[in-house]
Write a protein that binds this ligand. Structure first.
Ligand code: PTT
Length: 611
């Protein structure tokens, strides 16, 4: 095989065994890499109903055939496990240096099992793999941890680590890779913490087998030049993802005060122009010059790297429109290793529940200093922080009194930065995303607003969601490369099969990946169904607040509008129909057979009857 190394490590932290294992070409072609490898192993190896924070959950770090090679923006790894936040499949795609280093060390993925007795770090240097004590870094924040690891190893090492939130098993703790890079929103950091695993470091020196190195080199150099030219024309990387905030506000899709409002006259105070004016630095993954992390100084003078999602959930959704204060909240989340989206949403839900008189508490929208104190309490799970650390769904279950109606989550994962009060297609994207409500797989907002009728619930929107899921949740998550050059700069998608073909020596076309993506979605859905005894289509339905006419905007572009429940359900039916899933949102037996998942279908039938 070329591109794929055919090797992975199975590291058991309980008995400290380290095994080098192999896989074959059939496995590689069927699952490709990244989340493909992850879901297949989790399906096969996890005992159904396993405790996500117990030693029997497995933490997977997976590359794809394109990641870590000399092709544009290929510095991503997928981290995956059963999620402690949602109870279903969880993953994230994190940038940094790990992809390149792990690949050069000779491994396509890691499966980490068991639980260490004491805090540990895994060090991978080619054939040398060590499980080392990590008492010196346990208890430290991410920035101190990174400094110590840079000193002890080097800045060139690939690093994945957690902060105090991961150690204390905050259910939405993320994994951090480097300055400005974090991922694994559904609690992948908590899974590391539950295993007493503080960090993984890797450095490799081996050559990666590439089918046509000369062609790949040429394609890479043309790619980098082409992407740079496009970025120079558009100027995207001046503001990174923060550029979109003012547009989202203009079209009334900004989360404001726990998504009760969709825009704010104060949004300009935290928009991309303000970020650009305050910029003191940028950070990016290995081999990337788009460098999407834009740093500003926070209120306390730290370098804080901002992204749109962080501004929306830690800024407008908390009613905070003071850039240095939003940057401080972002910095704290990064240091503790708290997901900015779920952390911001949990705080917003808490302020809302207090404002509605459902619980007693001392926190209001707009209170940045209080929000900082609460983030610390979340990271250490102290006092009310312990409730907030469980995410909005579990908070609402505890608070009761219809608070679930305004817990802004789907499947237990908090909704990211798009307020869909009047965006049916984008709402469907959140409803059907394979890890819970994340925009990563079907960001259809620009299509919905600019290219079609915003108020329509037409089948075209369900088709668009599936099309985008195939590319964003399928192709990019199995190649395990960054999708930003394509979505943000407009680098043509057709180049990606070329990179893959140069690397592997195969001759696959763009449409060939649809089947792979559909297979992934079917197996991920099967995993959810297996892990969720009361599974029903309700798990694909968005929060009631978006259907409630009482919270319709009083003014602005969508005044008086909210989503309609029966029409949303119709749109969901179209989605199931396009995927050939049944009305409960479960893949049909024939669908699984056509996707070469006959064995998995038979296994699933042990839990639920299939149509
Ligand atoms: C990502 C999720 C996102 S999505 C953001 S901002 W984004 C938040 N970032 C956080 C952060 O920062 N600190 C923190 N403590 N928590 C955070 N939580 C949130 O996590 C870099 C970019 C981004 S930034 C995005 S969308 C794109 N995501 C890609 C993806 O998912 N797949 C892919 N093939 N390419 C992508 N390219 C872009 O990469 P998760 P990253 Mg990502 C500081 O991982 O789990 O999806 O969480 O991780 O490398 O930082 O993403 O406007």
């Amino acid at each position: 095989m070329k591109g794929w190394l055919g090797k992975y490590l199975r590291i058991n932290l309980t008995d400290k065994t380290i095994k080098k294992e192999e896989y074959d070409q059939e496995f590689a072609h069927k699952w490709i890499g990244g989340r493909g490898f992850a879901i297949k192993h989790l399906w096969d190896e996890l005992k159904p109903g396993v405790d996500p924070l117990g030693p029997d959950n497995k933490f997977i770090v997976a590359l794809g055939p394109v990641s870590g090679t000399p092709s544009p923006m290929s510095g991503k790894v997928v981290v995956a496990a059963k999620s402690p936040l949602t109870g279903g499949y969880g993953d994230g795609s994190i940038g940094g240096k790990m992809a390149h280093q792990l690949k050069k060390a000779g491994y396509d993925y890691l499966i980490i099992e068991g639980k260490a007795k004491e805090p540990v770090l895994i060090n991978i240097e080619d054939d040398k793999i060590e499980i080392l004590p990590a008492n010196d870094i346990w208890g430290k924040g991410v920035y101190d941890t990174l400094e110590i690891l840079y000193e002890k190893y080097s800045k060139q090492h690939g690093i994945l680590t957690i902060g105090q939130a991961g150690e204390n098993q905050v259910l939405y703790a993320v994994v951090r890779a480097m300055e400005g890079r974090a991922g694994g929103r559904p609690g992948m950091g908590a899974v590391m913490g539950s295993k007493n695993l503080k960090a993984i470091v890797a450095k490799g020196t081996k050559d990666i087998p590439i089918a046509d190195s000369a062609e790949l080199k040429k394609a890479n150099s043309e790619g980098l030049k082409g992407i740079k030219k496009l970025d120079d024309e558009i100027g995207w990387s001046k503001q990174g993802s923060t550029f979109i905030l003012s547009w989202v506000n203009e079209v009334a899709a900004l989360p404001v005060n726990n998504m009760r409002s969709t825009f704010s006259p104060d949004a300009w105070k935290i928009d991309g122009d303000r970020v650009e004016a305050a910029k003191v630095g940028r950070s990016g993954c290995q081999g990337c010059f788009l460098r999407c992390g834009v740093a500003v100084l926070d209120k306390e003078g730290h370098h804080a790297e901002l992204d749109y999602e962080n501004m929306a959930l830690l800024g407008s959704d908390l009613g905070i429109f003071d850039l240095p204060q939003v940057a401080s909240l972002n910095y704290l989340c990064d240091d503790y290793g708290i997901d900015t989206i779920s952390g911001g949403a949990a705080l917003a839900f808490y302020a809302d529940a207090i404002e509605q008189g459902l619980i007693q508490g001392d926190f209001k929208f707009g209170q940045a200093e209080k929000a900082k104190e609460l983030l610390k309490k979340i990271a250490y799970r102290e006092q009310e922080g312990d409730l907030l650390a469980q995410g909005t769904k579990k908070m609402a279950e505890k608070i009761g009194q219809d608070s679930m109606d305004f817990a802004m989550q789907v499947k237990g994962l908090e909704i990211s930065g798009y307020n869909c009060k009047f965006l049916p297609g984008m709402a469907l994207g959140f409803g059907t995303c394979s890890i819970g409500a994340h925009h990563k797989e079907a960001w259809i907002i620009t299509y919905e607003i600019n290219e079609t009728d915003r108020s329509s619930y037409g089948r075209d929107k369900a088709q668009k969601v599936v099309d985008l899921q195939r590319i964003r949740g399928g192709l990019f998550e199995v190649f395990t490369v960054c999708r930003y050059p394509w979505i943000e700069i407009g680098w043509p998608l057709e180049h990606y099969p070329d990179y893959f073909n140069n690397i592997t020596g195969l001759n696959w076309k763009l449409e060939d990946y649809n089947e792979i993506a559909d297979r992934l979605y079917a197996l991920i859905r099967a995993f959810w169904v297996r892990e969720t005894p009361d599974w029903s289509r309700e798990y694909d339905v968005i929060p009631k607040m978006w259907f409630n006419p009482e919270i319709a905007d009083k003014e602005g572009p969508i005044a008086g509008k909210v989503l309609e429940s029966d029409k949303y359900n119709q749109l969901l039916e179209h989605y199931y129909d396009i995927r050939n899933w049944d009305k409960r949102g479960i893949p049909k037996k024939q669908t699984m057979k056509e996707l070469d998942l006959e064995k998995e279908a038979a296994e699933l039938e042990g839990y639920v009857s299939l149509e």
